[in-house]
Design a protein around this ligand. Structure first.
Ligand code: F6R
Length: 366
């Protein structure tokens, strides 16, 4: 049941510290500050290319993984929506690794992309939440998320546990390829070990985020911006808002603003910005200043340092302050406020949060 929560979605958002911790404990050894992957039927050292396929929110988890794998493991990565990939007849290298991300393990397009990769001789590794699902049976190896059953149609805890597994995988692959110093592994392992506690801290901002949602609920269109690994989180924020509040939202890479979407900006379009203090912060901050100069009402999500820097130049409509963390784990943490923002906006709009119109939990048709 929902316990004391008004909706399954809210309950599932609040379960994240626990389920991320459960998922981490399968690969992270906090005392030794190491990550170990289970035995895989492929030598990660020899993989020429990683191809990731998924749909919807799971696709955004794949997008974040591309940034992680390229940076840490220095392996070429292609990430695609399964519904596009499977009809493109893409060339795949011998001994390539094909990865599939799916909560249900049943999504038709993802499953058919898996079967295509299998026919093409790829090694099949899936990240799944449902044991004994079709993808579980058809994969060479599976890394499980331990999110438990997700009832709300909008994916929340499945996404953050997918990111958790994929972060560990990126570290494991980087190690296998000799691209990770012992010192950096220890840093990343301790940053990951802190994630459940940090998520719990962020959940304490719930009331503040609910207040900000009042502004969002009045809007007809909302933009979400992010750069680097924050770009997929902007896409995820926009998808979550669309699907449960029915407000039109778009996620954009911050750098693309001036190539078109900036024309949409006025005081009626809130702009949600995902901007952790990382090496791309300054770039995003200057895009935000441009937006504010054009009258946009910005909801700026960053850490203390990032918010202070922003306020020296411009005046966002609202800020959401998150703890300062290693930028590597930021995508997991910055997901929480965008989930809560869409949840509270939907509640204000009076929509059916757990069962949005036209949507099914598991999409087993094309
Ligand atoms: C969005 C959402 C969907 C799913 C997508 C893939 O909140 O839930 O976009 O992420 O349908 O589903 P799975 O992960 O079961 O393959």
């Amino acid at each position: 049941g929902k316990g004391n929560y008004r909706h399954f979605m809210l309950k599932e958002i609040y379960e994240q510290p626990t389920v991320i911790g459960d998922t981490l404990s399968t690969m992270l050894h906090p005392a030794q500050q190491t990550i170990t992957l289970p035995d895989l039927p492929v030598d990660l050292k020899d993989v020429p290319k990683v191809t990731i396929n998924a749909c919807g929110t799971a696709f955004y988890a794949g997008m974040v993984t591309k940034y992680w794998l390229e940076q840490l493991a220095r392996v070429p990565v292609e990430v695609d929506m399964a519904s596009e990939f499977r009809y493109r007849n893409p060339p795949l290298p011998k001994d390539g690794l094909a990865m599939f991300v799916s909560q249900s393990g049943e999504t038709m397009d993802t499953l058919e992309a898996l079967r295509l990769c299998k026919r093409e001789g790829q090694h099949i590794l899936s990240v799944l939440n449902m044991p004994e699902s079709t993808m579980d049976r058809e994969s060479d190896a599976v890394l499980m998320t331990h999110a438990g059953p997700e009832i709300g149609v909008a994916s929340t805890k499945a996404f953050t546990t997918q990111l958790t597994v994929l972060a560990c995988f990126a570290i494991g692959m980087a190690k296998a390829r000799g691209h990770l110093t012992r010192e950096r592994e220890a840093q990343l392992a301790s940053a990951l070990a802190e994630v459940p506690g940090r998520v719990a801290e962020i959940l304490n901002h719930d009331d503040h985020i609910a207040e900000i949602a009042q502004k969002v609920a009045e809007a007809r269109d909302v933009l979400y911006l992010g750069r680097g690994p924050s770009f997929p989180i902007a896409l995820e924020g926009a998808l979550k808002l669309k699907e449960i509040s029915y407000i039109h939202a778009e996620g954009y890479a911050s750098g693309e603003m001036k190539h078109g979407p900036i024309a949409l900006l006025d005081e009626d379009v809130p702009v949600v910005v995902i901007a952790p203090s990382d090496e791309l912060y300054e770039k995003t901050a200057s895009n935000v200043q441009e937006a504010i100069a054009r009258g946009a009402k910005v909801i700026f999500i960053s850490d203390k340092e990032g918010i202070e820097k922003m306020k020296r130049h411009s005046n966002p409509m609202a800020t959401i302050e998150l703890p300062k963390v290693d930028p590597f784990v930021a995508p997991i943490l910055y997901t929480i406020p965008v989930q809560l923002l869409s949840y509270h906006t939907a509640v204000l709009k009076g929509t059916d949060v757990d069962q949005p119109r036209n949507l099914a939990k598991s999409v087993t048709v094309e």
